[in-house]
Design a protein around this ligand. Structure first.
Ligand SMILES: Nc1ncnc2c1ncn2[C@@H]1O[C@H](COP(=O)(O)OP(=O)(O)OP(=O)(O)O)[C@@H](O)[C@H]1O
Ligand SMILES: [Mg+2]
Length: 244
């Protein structure tokens, strides 16, 4: 049995009078593609933001790779093997596709434009460009990419750190069916290569065929956990979705 890679315990976040995340506890086991689903506003992105250091939790604890992370910082976590994407893809539109990958490896702008990128990182960027079939686009500004291609580029960039755990926030939202298949294939390939995933996703068909287990959040706390089949038929889950 594989171990627990990420553990959140009683995480809480309030925004004024709104408790967005409410004593939320769950774990992600190494080697899984775990889904975090729930109705709009149930706190999924806020959970991601706390885990990855973009928001400070009001209370609760986070453990990654058996170590407590009292003050998560994106750059530290990235180096330790925890990376994420955003609901609205965050890339640098004025940089080329290839430069976006290199920047993701932690280079400063000066190093990038001073051609001080190591051969290893340049080669890694080339490998990932090939893996994602982005070579043809590598010298284009990222601003020229379609919405779906930007999401793909953001995912590709996250892989520059050789992460152990990747958090994807709605990787297929608003992208066309062909791009959904492409995204799914890349997730599966990286999973087969040993990467663990925690995925927020509204496409239930995708969740059902790709993820196991599934965690269901409602009003900031998990209400169900288990195989896709189990949570799909859980009355509390149906109620949460219908009632939202
Ligand atoms: N920065 C913020 N300031 C105030 N309220 C916020 C902020 N971020 C989130 N919220 C509120 O916290 C709750 C949870 O939001 P969150 O974005 O985490 O939900 P979500 O599950 O990701 O929803 P969606 O599926 O629509 O992306 C919502 O009520 C939202 O309005
Ligand atoms: Mg969200």
């Amino acid at each position: 049995m594989s171990g627990v890679l990420l553990e959140v315990d009683h995480l809480t976040k309030r925004f004024g009078g709104v408790t967005a995340v409410d004593e939320c506890s769950f774990e992600v086991r190494e080697g899984t593609i775990t889904a975090l689903i729930g109705p709009n506003g149930s706190g999924k992105t806020t959970v991601f933001n706390m885990i990855t250091g973009y928001l400070k939790a009001d209370s609760g604890t986070i453990r990654f790779d058996n170590q407590s992370i009292p003050r998560p910082k994106p750059a530290d976590l990235y180096r330790r093997g925890l990376s994420r994407t955003f609901q609205q893809a965050r890339i640098f539109p004025e940089l080329t596709v290839e430069e976006n990958l290199v920047v993701a490896a932690g280079y400063t702008w000066r190093q990038l434009f001073g051609a001080r990128v190591t051969t290893g990182d340049a080669e890694r960027a080339q490998r990932i460009l090939r893996e994602f079939k982005l070579e043809r686009l590598s010298t284009l500004p990222a601003a020229d990419l379609s919405y779906g291609q930007r999401k793909l580029l953001e995912f590709a960039a996250v892989l520059m750190s050789d992460p152990r755990l990747v958090l994807l926030d709605e990787p297929t939202a608003g992208v066309n069916p062909v791009m959904i298949d492409t995204m799914e294939r890349h997730i599966r390939e990286r999973h087969a290569a040993g990467v663990t995933f925690l995925i927020v996703e509204h496409d239930m068909q995708l969740v059902m065929r790709l993820c196991d287990p599934v965690i269901v959040l409602d009003q900031g706390a998990p209400i169900a956990f288990g195989s896709p089949e189990t949570v799909q038929t859980d009355p509390r889950v149906l109620e949460a979705y219908l009632g939202s």
